[in-house]
Design a protein around this ligand. Structure first.
Ligand SMILES: NC(=O)c1ccc[n+]([C@@H]2O[C@H](COP(=O)([O-])OP(=O)(O)OC[C@H]3O[C@@H](n4cnc5c(N)ncnc54)[C@H](O)[C@@H]3O)[C@@H](O)[C@H]2O)c1
Ligand SMILES: [Fe+2]
Length: 381
């Protein structure tokens, strides 16, 4: 089977990149923007950095902000109704994964109304038309939803998050401007950054990985490990590195998939509302240890990309441990806890079954049984 690569039509990178939004809107002859952004971003004036530009250029827009972190089916349904009432012809998604994922689901349903129940979009849904054009402007450096064909929605009633994989949702334009991320507090910078590292490492070791995606993932691991501590300290180099590193990880994993660190993180997000990046960071070293014997030489390259010295002189056991240790050290240095207090023994059967059914699980290099997943969750206690 051929390997497929899908990316944005156009992407802009670097400080000040948001200035290109108005140029692109005009070049596409868009008439009115439906700006999707969450309430905190509006409160902290992050969304305004873009809407002020639109106003200056005389471009019409309307804001939709009924979006919570780990966005829900209702957030999507309300957004579809608001879009229909707005008269808009494109979406500007401003925010983290939650705002961008909600935008994708809205854009898909407007173009493919037969999926208006939202749940039927789970997995690889047979949509027929590309979504409403999206210009995606990330404000976290983590999910890379601006360049992925995935989005994740929470089903509150059934206590689960579901992953939708659909090439029709790819934003036509990504505007990756580190200045949009500078207002992130330390904890959010750390957790979203660890999400990006998890994408790079799971994407590198997933079953469908191949030479071109390995290139993206190894480069992403290198840039993220070099930049995350600086980003948490809010240095310019750190912010720039994380903006780029997380995007490069997205160029890879979107095209090949992830693994069970993400399956388990989705479950923790749905059951305890654990922030996605925190859940990923907690699971990553535990899952790396579990997967090690199915990853060939790959952990040597992960250790090398993370700056571990002398990896060529190490035997397999040593470089595998060095890679996991480097991940643990980075996670600790940026202040992520290793244990999840909310986790209860009686929840384990539901958690393990839910993670087993998650769309990311089949990509894991080792097939994890429900018993394996239970044992891995228990390590968080
Ligand atoms: N589409 C994908 O490929 C993909 C990949 C990974 C994760 N996800 C999903 O993305 C969601 C998580 O997204 P996220 O981690 O980017 O966070 P988020 O979008 O949920 O935002 C978390 C919080 O951070 C705040 N915030 C965001 N940017 C800020 C900034 N610059 N300054 C101050 N506050 C800011 C938001 O207002 C919000 O309160 C989860 O639902 C996850 O499952 C999607
Ligand atoms: Fe993620």
């Amino acid at each position: 089977m051929a390997n497929r690569i899908m990316l944005n039509q156009t992407s802009y990178h670097g400080a000040g990149a948001i200035a290109e939004i108005a140029n692109e809107a005009k070049a596409h002859a868009f008439q009115k923007a439906f700006v999707c952004s969450d309430p905190d971003l509006i409160k902290f004036g992050v969304t305004a950095k873009v809407t002020e530009l639109l106003e200056k250029e005389g471009l019409a827009y309307e804001i939709y902000s009924d979006i919570k972190a780990n966005p829900t089916i209702d957030n999507v349904k309300n957004g579809v109704a608001a879009f229909k009432a707005s008269g808009a012809d494109y979406i500007i998604a401003i925010g983290g994964g939650s705002s961008m994922d909600t935008s994708k689901a809205i854009g898909i349903i407007i173009a493919n109304p037969e999926f208006e129940d939202v749940r039927s979009l789970e997995g690889v849904a047979p949509t027929k038309k590309p979504c409403i054009p999206i210009i995606a402007v990330p404000t976290t450096a983590g999910t890379a939803a601006e360049v992925t064909i995935n989005y994740v929605i929470t089903d509150v009633e059934r206590k689960r998050k579901f992953v939708c994989v659909d090439p029709h949702d790819m934003p036509i334009i990504a505007v990756v401007d580190p200045e949009m991320m500078a207002s992130m507090p330390k904890g959010l910078t750390a957790s979203t950054g660890m999400d990006a590292l998890t994408h790079a490492i799971e994407g590198y070791t997933t079953k469908a990985a191949w030479e071109m995606t390995d290139m993206f993932h190894l480069k992403a691991i290198e840039i993220i490990s070099r930049s995350l501590r600086g980003a948490v300290a809010n240095t310019k180099e750190g912010r720039e590195g994380m903006a780029l590193g997380q995007y490069i990880a997205g160029m890879g994993f979107s095209n090949v998939g992830l693994g069970i660190a993400h399956s388990m993180a989705h479950t923790l997000g749905a059951v305890y509302d654990t922030p996605h990046g925190v859940a990923c960071a907690m699971m990553l070293p535990i899952v790396m240890e579990y997967n090690a014997d199915c990853t060939g030489e790959k952990y040597r390259e992960i250790a090398r990309a993370m700056g571990v010295e002398g990896v060529d002189q190490m035997d397999q056991e040593t470089y595998r441990k060095a890679a996991v240790d480097a991940v643990r050290r980075l996670s600790e240095d940026v202040g992520i806890p290793a244990k999840l207090e909310a986790l209860k023994e009686e929840d384990l059967p539901f958690l393990a079954e839910s993670a087993h059914a998650d769309a990311c699980a089949p990509g894991n290099p080792k097939d994890a049984s429900i018993e394996d997943l239970t044992a891995l969750f228990r390590k968080l206690m």
